[in-house]
Ligand binder design. Structure first.
Ligand code: ZN
Length: 325
């Protein structure tokens, strides 16, 4: 199993519910991508399927036959579907639901894990809904979603919701350490924005990050020519826009942290951070011209504002205040 780090409170509470046989049959694990929700679901499933008695440890004993089968991905009573583009189909759902309607192969319990449940099609959701409405005591459903609000409310109301927070930098480092990451990769932990999953994207697009570092340096110097060029380039490259905005937000957050002791600089980066969050919203959800907004964000990163902030902290409106959206 991959290293499971953090989420101690939720994991202990879930484990206790299993031991006391009070675990609801349908659970929804909500929280951002890449923080280990699926791993927590696997840990819970292993405990549910473990046959050690009388007291099953959190995550199962790891020694009994079901645990061994589970670890080698051969346990017949755990079903995992992942939704999204090229993901599980309605037929896959039907197949899993059919298996859940039969007797367990080992023991009594069966577990279904639905990854990216917020990407289930309407038809798929309706299939599952019927099963959720008539729960059987031996079946457990764990739905995993970064955006639970995308799920039909009928489905949400059937599930007990568990929220998982972003990981701390230390937690991300310990995951990386366990995976044998290089020193360079370890340094990326600060950019991960609480998500181990974000690291693979980060690694793949590191050039992008370097470019953003250079542009933010230029923005701090007040190099209008450089930031205008960047805003134009980034604003017109629609395929990488969302990712660049994420990088921008991560890097600005980082600058805010490293400049915490300098009140003026910290105020500039705090304002810039709010601006990037606003920018993501107005560009992606409201389709406001990305070049203009990016320019606005980058202009706001100039050291020239630091003096102004020192004197009047709330003098500059954020993008949302400005656009009155
Ligand atoms: Zn076991």
């Amino acid at each position: 199993m991959l290293p499971l780090v953090g989420h101690t409170t939720q994991r202990q509470a879930l484990s206790t519910l299993v031991r006391e046989e009070r675990l609801p049959s349908s659970l929804l694990f909500a929280g951002m991508e890449g923080i280990g929700k699926h791993l927590v679901a696997r840990e819970l499933a292993r405990q549910l399927l473990c046959q050690t008695s009388p007291v099953i440890p959190q995550g199962g004993c790891g020694e009994c036959k079901p645990c061994k089968l589970f670890d080698s991905n051969n346990h017949p009573d755990i079903h995992t579907l992942t939704f999204g583009p090229d993901g599980a189909s309605v037929d896959d759902i039907r197949q899993v639901l059919e298996r859940l309607s039969l007797r367990a192969f080992m023991g009594t319990r069966k577990v279904a894990i639905f990854n990216n449940a917020d990407s289930i099609s309407m038809v798929g959701a309706n299939c599952i809904l019927k099963t959720l409405e008539e729960p059987r005591p031996e079946n457990f459903f764990i739905l995993i979603a970064a955006n639970p609000s995308k799920l039909p409310s009928t489905m949400l109301s059937r599930c007990q919701r568990w929220f998982f927070d972003r990981l701390s930098e230390d937690e991300i480092r310990s995951v990386l350490l366990a995976r044998g990451a290089s020193e360079e990769e370890m340094a990326l932990a600060t950019l991960a924005d609480g998500s181990v999953g974000a690291l693979s994207t980060i690694r793949a697009r590191i050039e992008n990050a370097d470019e953003i570092t250079a542009v933010l340096d230029a923005a701090w110097r007040g190099d209008l020519a450089r930031i205008t060029r960047a805003a134009q380039e980034w604003g017109t490259e629609k395929t990488t826009l969302a990712e660049r905005l994420t990088f921008l937000r991560m890097q600005i957050r980082q600058r805010l942290v490293t400049n915490a002791s300098d009140a003026g600089a910290a105020a500039v980066w705090a304002h810039a951070l709010q601006n990037t969050i606003d920018a993501e919203y107005v560009i992606i959800d409201r389709h406001v011209n990305p070049t203009l907004i990016l320019l606005r964000v980058l202009q706001g990163c100039s050291h020239e504002y630091a003096t102004g902030y020192r004197m009047t902290p709330n003098r500059y409106p954020t993008i949302l205040e400005d656009l009155a959206l």
